[in-house]
Design a protein around this ligand. Structure first.
Ligand SMILES: NC(=O)c1ccc[n+]([C@@H]2O[C@H](COP(=O)([O-])OP(=O)(O)OC[C@H]3O[C@@H](n4cnc5c(N)ncnc54)[C@H](OP(=O)(O)O)[C@@H]3O)[C@@H](O)[C@H]2O)c1
Length: 219
Protein backbone atom coordinates (compact mmCIF):
# COMPACT_ATOMS: atom_id res chain seq x y z
CA UNK A 1 0.00 0.00 0.00
CA UNK A 2 1.36 3.35 -0.96
CA UNK A 3 0.07 6.70 0.29
CA UNK A 4 1.27 10.18 1.11
CA UNK A 5 0.76 9.98 4.83
CA UNK A 6 -2.46 11.92 5.40
CA UNK A 7 -4.27 8.76 6.53
CA UNK A 8 -1.21 6.99 7.91
CA UNK A 9 -2.87 5.79 11.15
CA UNK A 10 -5.88 4.46 9.29
CA UNK A 11 -3.72 2.58 6.76
CA UNK A 12 -1.53 1.20 9.56
CA UNK A 13 -4.69 -0.20 11.18
CA UNK A 14 -5.69 -1.90 7.92
CA UNK A 15 -2.16 -3.33 7.59
CA UNK A 16 -2.31 -4.64 11.17
CA UNK A 17 -5.64 -6.31 10.37
CA UNK A 18 -4.10 -8.02 7.33
CA UNK A 19 -1.16 -9.27 9.42
CA UNK A 20 -3.53 -10.50 12.16
CA UNK A 21 -5.19 -12.69 9.56
CA UNK A 22 -1.84 -14.18 8.53
CA UNK A 23 -1.24 -11.92 5.54
CA UNK A 24 1.69 -9.65 4.75
CA UNK A 25 1.37 -5.88 4.42
CA UNK A 26 3.95 -3.21 3.73
CA UNK A 27 2.98 0.45 4.08
CA UNK A 28 5.10 3.00 2.24
CA UNK A 29 4.68 6.77 2.14
CA UNK A 30 5.38 8.23 -1.25
CA UNK A 31 4.48 11.33 -3.22
CA UNK A 32 4.19 9.77 -6.65
CA UNK A 33 4.32 13.14 -8.41
CA UNK A 34 8.02 12.95 -7.54
CA UNK A 35 9.52 10.48 -10.02
CA UNK A 36 12.25 9.36 -7.62
CA UNK A 37 9.79 8.71 -4.78
CA UNK A 38 7.54 6.70 -7.11
CA UNK A 39 10.49 4.61 -8.30
CA UNK A 40 11.77 4.13 -4.74
CA UNK A 41 8.34 2.88 -3.59
CA UNK A 42 8.34 0.24 -6.33
CA UNK A 43 11.94 -0.80 -5.62
CA UNK A 44 11.34 -1.04 -1.87
CA UNK A 45 8.27 -3.18 -2.43
CA UNK A 46 10.26 -5.62 -4.55
CA UNK A 47 13.20 -5.57 -2.12
CA UNK A 48 11.02 -6.27 0.93
CA UNK A 49 8.38 -8.60 -0.53
CA UNK A 50 10.54 -10.33 -3.13
CA UNK A 51 8.40 -9.75 -6.20
CA UNK A 52 5.79 -7.44 -7.71
CA UNK A 53 2.66 -9.12 -9.10
CA UNK A 54 0.20 -6.24 -9.24
CA UNK A 55 0.30 -2.47 -9.66
CA UNK A 56 -2.94 -0.61 -8.93
CA UNK A 57 -2.69 3.00 -10.02
CA UNK A 58 -5.39 4.53 -7.85
CA UNK A 59 -4.10 7.93 -6.68
CA UNK A 60 -5.90 10.76 -8.37
CA UNK A 61 -7.37 14.21 -7.86
CA UNK A 62 -10.47 15.79 -9.42
CA UNK A 63 -10.62 19.59 -9.43
CA UNK A 64 -13.68 20.84 -11.26
CA UNK A 65 -15.18 24.15 -12.39
CA UNK A 66 -15.22 26.33 -15.50
CA UNK A 67 -12.04 26.45 -17.55
CA UNK A 68 -12.38 30.21 -17.86
CA UNK A 69 -10.57 31.70 -14.87
CA UNK A 70 -9.57 28.34 -13.39
CA UNK A 71 -6.41 28.42 -11.28
CA UNK A 72 -3.63 26.96 -13.43
CA UNK A 73 -2.26 25.30 -10.30
CA UNK A 74 -5.33 23.01 -10.26
CA UNK A 75 -4.70 21.89 -13.82
CA UNK A 76 -1.04 21.28 -13.00
CA UNK A 77 -2.00 19.22 -9.92
CA UNK A 78 -4.28 16.97 -11.97
CA UNK A 79 -1.76 16.42 -14.75
CA UNK A 80 1.07 15.87 -12.24
CA UNK A 81 -0.82 13.21 -10.30
CA UNK A 82 -3.39 11.62 -12.63
CA UNK A 83 -1.04 11.44 -15.61
CA UNK A 84 2.61 11.80 -14.62
CA UNK A 85 2.29 10.04 -11.24
CA UNK A 86 0.62 7.09 -12.92
CA UNK A 87 3.31 7.03 -15.61
CA UNK A 88 6.16 7.16 -13.09
CA UNK A 89 4.68 4.17 -11.22
CA UNK A 90 4.06 2.22 -14.42
CA UNK A 91 7.56 2.94 -15.72
CA UNK A 92 9.16 1.67 -12.52
CA UNK A 93 6.85 -1.31 -12.10
CA UNK A 94 6.59 -2.84 -15.57
CA UNK A 95 10.07 -4.47 -15.62
CA UNK A 96 9.25 -6.19 -12.32
CA UNK A 97 5.80 -7.22 -13.53
CA UNK A 98 7.33 -8.74 -16.66
CA UNK A 99 9.70 -10.71 -14.46
CA UNK A 100 6.80 -11.92 -12.27
CA UNK A 101 4.81 -12.95 -15.34
CA UNK A 102 7.80 -15.05 -16.35
CA UNK A 103 8.81 -16.76 -13.13
CA UNK A 104 6.07 -16.39 -10.50
CA UNK A 105 3.77 -19.31 -9.67
CA UNK A 106 0.78 -17.65 -11.42
CA UNK A 107 2.85 -16.71 -14.50
CA UNK A 108 0.76 -13.61 -14.98
CA UNK A 109 0.93 -10.07 -13.57
CA UNK A 110 -1.43 -7.10 -13.53
CA UNK A 111 -1.57 -3.35 -13.94
CA UNK A 112 -4.94 -1.88 -12.96
CA UNK A 113 -5.37 1.77 -13.85
CA UNK A 114 -8.21 3.64 -12.18
CA UNK A 115 -9.83 6.02 -14.64
CA UNK A 116 -13.44 7.22 -14.36
CA UNK A 117 -16.69 7.61 -16.24
CA UNK A 118 -15.00 10.97 -16.91
CA UNK A 119 -12.47 9.04 -18.98
CA UNK A 120 -15.29 8.02 -21.33
CA UNK A 121 -17.36 11.18 -21.67
CA UNK A 122 -16.28 14.83 -21.38
CA UNK A 123 -18.62 17.32 -19.70
CA UNK A 124 -18.84 21.06 -19.24
CA UNK A 125 -16.85 21.97 -16.12
CA UNK A 126 -14.53 18.98 -15.94
CA UNK A 127 -12.33 19.46 -18.99
CA UNK A 128 -8.88 18.90 -17.48
CA UNK A 129 -10.04 16.00 -15.31
CA UNK A 130 -11.57 14.53 -18.50
CA UNK A 131 -8.27 15.12 -20.30
CA UNK A 132 -6.28 13.26 -17.65
CA UNK A 133 -8.66 10.30 -17.47
CA UNK A 134 -9.03 10.00 -21.25
CA UNK A 135 -5.23 9.96 -21.30
CA UNK A 136 -5.16 7.14 -18.76
CA UNK A 137 -7.51 5.17 -21.01
CA UNK A 138 -5.36 5.72 -24.10
CA UNK A 139 -2.12 4.80 -22.35
CA UNK A 140 -3.72 1.72 -20.79
CA UNK A 141 -4.96 0.38 -24.10
CA UNK A 142 -1.61 0.93 -25.79
CA UNK A 143 0.28 -0.70 -22.94
CA UNK A 144 -2.21 -3.57 -22.92
CA UNK A 145 -1.44 -4.32 -26.55
CA UNK A 146 2.31 -4.07 -25.95
CA UNK A 147 2.34 -6.45 -22.96
CA UNK A 148 -0.48 -8.87 -23.82
CA UNK A 149 1.68 -11.68 -25.18
CA UNK A 150 4.06 -11.33 -22.25
CA UNK A 151 1.24 -11.99 -19.77
CA UNK A 152 1.18 -8.63 -18.05
CA UNK A 153 -2.51 -7.76 -18.20
CA UNK A 154 -3.44 -4.07 -18.26
CA UNK A 155 -6.95 -3.28 -17.06
CA UNK A 156 -8.87 -0.04 -16.95
CA UNK A 157 -11.48 0.55 -14.22
CA UNK A 158 -13.90 3.44 -14.77
CA UNK A 159 -15.97 4.15 -11.66
CA UNK A 160 -18.95 6.44 -11.43
CA UNK A 161 -19.82 8.34 -8.26
CA UNK A 162 -18.21 6.77 -5.20
CA UNK A 163 -18.27 8.02 -1.61
CA UNK A 164 -14.64 9.06 -0.93
CA UNK A 165 -12.65 12.20 -0.16
CA UNK A 166 -12.28 13.03 -3.87
CA UNK A 167 -14.77 15.90 -4.21
CA UNK A 168 -13.57 17.51 -0.97
CA UNK A 169 -10.41 18.91 -2.57
CA UNK A 170 -12.43 21.40 -4.64
CA UNK A 171 -12.79 25.13 -3.98
CA UNK A 172 -15.87 26.00 -1.83
CA UNK A 173 -17.77 27.59 -4.72
CA UNK A 174 -17.21 24.49 -6.89
CA UNK A 175 -18.23 22.22 -4.02
CA UNK A 176 -21.44 24.20 -3.58
CA UNK A 177 -22.31 23.75 -7.27
CA UNK A 178 -21.49 20.02 -7.03
CA UNK A 179 -23.73 19.48 -4.01
CA UNK A 180 -26.83 19.75 -6.18
CA UNK A 181 -25.54 16.97 -8.40
CA UNK A 182 -24.91 14.38 -5.69
CA UNK A 183 -27.07 11.32 -6.22
CA UNK A 184 -26.59 7.68 -5.37
CA UNK A 185 -22.98 6.73 -4.68
CA UNK A 186 -21.06 3.48 -4.50
CA UNK A 187 -18.73 2.59 -1.64
CA UNK A 188 -14.97 2.23 -2.05
CA UNK A 189 -15.48 -1.48 -1.31
CA UNK A 190 -17.53 -1.81 -4.51
CA UNK A 191 -14.51 -0.69 -6.54
CA UNK A 192 -12.14 -2.86 -4.49
CA UNK A 193 -14.45 -5.79 -5.26
CA UNK A 194 -14.14 -5.10 -9.01
CA UNK A 195 -10.34 -4.88 -8.78
CA UNK A 196 -10.21 -8.14 -6.82
CA UNK A 197 -12.25 -9.81 -9.56
CA UNK A 198 -9.91 -8.50 -12.27
CA UNK A 199 -6.64 -9.59 -10.67
CA UNK A 200 -7.88 -13.05 -9.69
CA UNK A 201 -8.90 -14.20 -13.18
CA UNK A 202 -7.09 -17.25 -14.50
CA UNK A 203 -4.00 -16.63 -16.62
CA UNK A 204 -5.83 -16.92 -19.94
CA UNK A 205 -8.53 -14.34 -19.06
CA UNK A 206 -7.92 -10.57 -19.13
CA UNK A 207 -10.61 -8.12 -18.10
CA UNK A 208 -9.55 -5.17 -20.24
CA UNK A 209 -12.06 -2.59 -19.10
CA UNK A 210 -14.73 -2.22 -16.43
CA UNK A 211 -17.21 0.67 -16.30
CA UNK A 212 -19.08 0.69 -12.98
CA UNK A 213 -21.80 3.14 -12.05
CA UNK A 214 -24.20 3.34 -9.12
CA UNK A 215 -27.41 1.83 -10.45
CA UNK A 216 -29.26 5.16 -10.48
CA UNK A 217 -26.47 7.13 -12.19
CA UNK A 218 -27.70 7.95 -15.69
CA UNK A 219 -24.78 9.90 -17.20
N1 LIG B 1 -14.76 8.95 -5.89
C1 LIG B 1 -15.29 8.95 -7.10
O1 LIG B 1 -16.48 9.26 -7.30
C2 LIG B 1 -14.45 8.52 -8.28
C3 LIG B 1 -15.10 8.30 -9.52
C4 LIG B 1 -14.33 7.94 -10.60
C5 LIG B 1 -12.97 7.77 -10.48
N2 LIG B 1 -12.35 7.99 -9.27
C6 LIG B 1 -10.90 7.80 -9.22
O2 LIG B 1 -10.59 6.94 -8.15
C7 LIG B 1 -9.25 7.17 -7.73
C8 LIG B 1 -9.20 7.23 -6.23
O3 LIG B 1 -9.86 8.41 -5.80
P1 LIG B 1 -10.80 8.47 -4.51
O4 LIG B 1 -12.17 8.69 -4.97
O5 LIG B 1 -10.51 7.33 -3.60
O6 LIG B 1 -10.29 9.86 -3.88
P2 LIG B 1 -9.57 10.17 -2.49
O7 LIG B 1 -10.39 9.64 -1.37
O8 LIG B 1 -9.29 11.64 -2.53
O9 LIG B 1 -8.23 9.33 -2.58
C9 LIG B 1 -7.16 9.75 -3.39
C10 LIG B 1 -5.95 8.93 -3.02
O10 LIG B 1 -4.84 9.42 -3.78
C11 LIG B 1 -3.72 9.56 -2.89
N3 LIG B 1 -2.83 10.61 -3.36
C12 LIG B 1 -3.14 11.90 -3.63
N4 LIG B 1 -2.06 12.57 -4.02
C13 LIG B 1 -1.02 11.68 -4.00
C14 LIG B 1 0.36 11.77 -4.29
N5 LIG B 1 0.91 12.91 -4.73
N6 LIG B 1 1.13 10.67 -4.13
C15 LIG B 1 0.58 9.50 -3.69
N7 LIG B 1 -0.73 9.34 -3.40
C16 LIG B 1 -1.52 10.44 -3.55
C17 LIG B 1 -4.34 9.95 -1.58
O11 LIG B 1 -3.42 9.71 -0.54
P3 LIG B 1 -3.44 10.66 0.78
O12 LIG B 1 -4.76 10.40 1.41
O13 LIG B 1 -2.29 10.18 1.58
O14 LIG B 1 -3.33 12.05 0.27
C18 LIG B 1 -5.56 9.04 -1.54
O15 LIG B 1 -5.19 7.76 -1.08
C19 LIG B 1 -8.82 8.47 -8.43
O16 LIG B 1 -7.97 8.14 -9.51
C20 LIG B 1 -10.12 9.06 -8.92
O17 LIG B 1 -9.94 9.88 -10.05
C21 LIG B 1 -13.07 8.34 -8.18
Amino acid sequence: MCLRGVFRDWVDTIAAGIRDQGGTALVLESDITDQQQAADAVERTVAELGRLDTLINNAGVMLLGPAVGAPLSEWQRMVDLNVLGLLYCAHAAVPHLLRAAGDSPRQVADVVNISSVAGRVARNGSGVYNLTKHGVGAFSESLRQELARRYVRVSLVEPGATATELAGHNRPEVLEAMRNQFGQRMEAEDIADAITYIVTRPRHVAVNEMLIRPTEQER
